[in-house]
Structure formats: C-alpha cells, structure tokens
Design a protein around this ligand. Structure first.
Ligand code: PLP
Length: 400
C-alpha cells in the first residue's frame, strides 16, 4: 500500500489554508505591521484595515461592526461569552444552562465556575442531556430555565458527531420565557463547526452571542470572533487595554483578522454549492460503509448532521489502532475511544448517546470521525472503504 496517498478527512480538526487567504495574509504580514493603536500614518492605516474587515464580517453575519469582537480563537470567545456575562450579573446564585456535548471550552469553563472558591458568588450549572441521536430537545432547555438563569449556551453543531442543534427553536423558548417572567437570559452559541455549512445571520438565529474561529474555515489559526449583540451585559475577562470596545485587551491580530475575513467571504460564496456536493458525498460514504464487510454504527442523527461529518463505531476494534492503520495508508482521520466513563481519553460525546437501550456503548470500543472537506472526492472515499476493509480483515483475526 502506498504511503504517499494523502486523503485528509480531519477537516473538523483543522482545515488547510485557502490559497487566496494565504496570499492576502502574506501581504498584510509584510506591509501592515504597524500597531492599529498608533496615531502616526502607518498605525492609522492598520486601524483602517482592521475596521474595514470588521465591517465586512458584520455585514456577512447581518450584524453591526461594534458587535464584532476579535479574540485569539473560539476557546477564548467561549470563555469571554460565559465568564464575561456571568461577571456582569448580580444574582447571589447564578445559573447557567448548557448541554452535555458542548466543546470542552464551554464545559470546562462551566465546571471551573461551579467550583470557584466559596466566598465568591455561587454558580450552578444544568447540563441538559442530548437525546440518543445527539440532538437536544428545546423543551428540555426550557424546562431547565429558572428565575436566576443568566446564560444558556448550546452549540450550533457538534464537533465530534456533527449533529445540528435546534438553535432557532431554543432562542424562541428563551425569548418566550424572558417575556413571561421578565428575565433577561442571554443565549450563546458556539458556531465553530457550523460556519462553513449553515445559515449564520445572527438576527434570524435569535442569539445574543456567537463564537467561531478562522482555523475551521480554511483561514489561519489563532483568530476568532465573539459576536456580541448590542446591549448584552458583558465585561472583559482580559485586562490591560481598551481594544475591541473594551472587551478584549491586547494588540489586535491584524494578519489574523484579514485572513479570517477573506476565509469567511469565500466560505459564504461557495456555501450553497459545497453543502450540496458534500451531502451527496457524505450519504454515498455512509451507504458504502453500511454495505461493507464489517458491522458499523453511525453515531448521531443521520439527517440533522453537518454535510461533512461521518462518525462511526466499529465494534470490538480499538479506534486508535484504526487511525494509525489508516494513517499508514495515507488517510488522515480522527478518533475518540468511547464509553470509558471516568477515563479522560474517552469521548463524553459518544458516552452522551449511550443511554437507554442504545447498544453502541461497549467498553473499549471507540468512534472514528471522517470530516470531509473542499478537496474530498468520491474516489477518495472509495479508497478509504477499500483500505478499511483490508485493515479490518487483518485486525479481526486478532480481536475475535
Ligand atoms: N468549539 C468547537 C465546537 C470546536 O470544534 C473548537 C475547536 O476544535 C473550539 C471551540 C475551539 O476553537 P479554538 O481552537 O479556536 O480555540
């Protein structure tokens, strides 16, 4: 088997840089090095570029320029959303509602707040469990709301199993609750995995805060955004400068901002066509996998999932071994071992699907995530199926 074949199916982990984005970045890196905070001509020019890019991003999201806050990525944007809103609220016991499949940058921030030393304000978190298909029921979010709920954070699409969460319905439930209870619960969504494929007009989504980064949309890593709807009560969590309307101190990453803007423009331009192409490829791959020689289980809802995500469990075979065998054949995917509760290496997302009669959960089994991208072709997927069959024939002798 040739090691030189390169089939990259880990686009949910990181996307390659788009060639146009690369060109734009290079120019700014070389020419626009001046600090946007400096008042001389070069600084003023950097500031102008920064604000022009902010305005383009705002237009794409259907937002105002002053609602776009640049951060170092989505982890920081999620931290700012949660800690920034909580720091501005004045309940003795503040309450957050989230789900059990959020990205660790949301879940661990919530756990950190829950465990803050006694003496500070107390924070309670409700982790609403998703259904067996990986989708949260908006009614269960509504049921979790309380008079002291400050923030709801539900991701737009999951990074492991690609399930698309009902953001608009949840927003409606929160609005309704706010209206009848005179509360002001803020709604945040982590849209990192959604930006490439789903509608992103913030008004239509009905959210107050939305995070994403450039590293998943064929842009550079280390730059992200928190959209903050006007009049949302929030304060900075990074101190030492008045940049980003006082919400994020530190010299602006102009190179990153320009790269993010270009990447977002391209993503929006090709979205419709790319979504159609990828859905066809994804469903072709799922059918082929289902008809192959080995037993598989597809994790997450079959239809309400990102066009580029296929996540499977192959009984009895450790998923890390499969990733390495595939890698040796020039195929790059990612894995999570499943259902080892208490084991940090296990996937809490796959574990979250393992309730009731769901039988995907057996100790030692894991999941493989194939996340397709702009470069993926049908021939690539045929080669993956062929390789998987060969690998499984070999491994089954050891594991049966
Ligand atoms: N949220 C989701 C859903 C993600 O998939 C990721 C990255 O994988 C992040 C947040 C964190 O993004 P960043 O690496 O920009 O901090």
């Amino acid at each position: 088997m040739s090691k030189s074949i390169k089939i990259y199916l880990d686009n949910a982990g990181a996307t390659p840089i788009d060639p146009t984005v690369f060109q734009v970045i290079q120019k700014v890196l070389k020419e626009n090095f001046a600090n946007p905070g400096s008042i001389h001509d070069l600084g003023v020019n950097s500031k102008k570029i920064l604000e022009e890019n902010r305005a383009i991003i705002a237009r794409i999201l259907g937002a105002h320029s002053d609602e776009i806050i640049f951060t170092s990525g989505a982890t920081e944007a999620n931290n700012l959303a949660i800690m920034g809103v909580l720091s501005k609220s004045f309940f003795d016991i503040q309450h957050i509602v989230t789900t059990n499949i959020e990205h660790s940058s949301v879940l661990e921030t919530c756990r950190y707040l829950e465990n803050l030393p006694v003496g500070g304000r107390k924070i309670e978190v409700t982790y609403v469990p998703v259904e067996e298909n990986g989708i949260v029921d908006p009614k269960k979010i509504k049921k979790a709301l309380k008079p002291n709920t400050v923030l709801v954070s539900v991701m737009y699409a999951n990074n492991e199993i690609g399930t698309i969460e009902p953001i608009e319905e949840i927003a409606k439930e929160i609005r309704h609750y706010n209206k009848i209870n005179s509360t002001k619960i803020i709604f945040h969504t982590d849209a990192v995995q959604a930006i490439n494929y789903l509608p992103i007009k913030v008004e239509k989504l009905g959210i107050d805060l939305l995070s994403f980064n450039a590293g998943k949309i064929y842009g550079p890593k280390g730059i992200g955004i928190l959209y903050v709807k006007r009049n949302t009560p929030i304060i900075s969590i990074i101190h030492g400068g008045a940049q980003e309307f006082g919400l994020r101190a530190g010299t602006e990453n102009l190179v990153g901002v320009v790269g993010l803007t270009e990447a977002l423009k391209i993503t929006e331009k090709i979205k419709e066509k790319e979504v159609k192409r990828l859905i066809k490829l994804r469903d072709y791959f799922i059918i082929k996998l289902s008809k192959s020689l080995f037993d598989i289980k597809i994790n997450g809802d079959l239809k309400k999932r990102l066009p580029n995500n296929v996540n499977i469990t192959i009984p009895k075979i450790p998923s890390d071994l499969l990733v390495l065998e595939l890698s040796a054949r020039g195929i790059y995917v990612s894995e999570k071992s499943a259902c080892k509760s208490g084991d940090k290496a296990g996937s809490y997302v796959i574990l979250a699907l393992c309730s009731g009669n769901n039988k995907i959960c057996k100790k030692g089994e894991g999941s493989l995530r194939f996340s397709l991208g702009r470069e993926t072709s049908k021939a690539d997927l045929d080669y993956v199926i062929k390789s998987l069959n060969e690998i499984l024939q070999k491994l089954k002798r050891w594991y049966n």
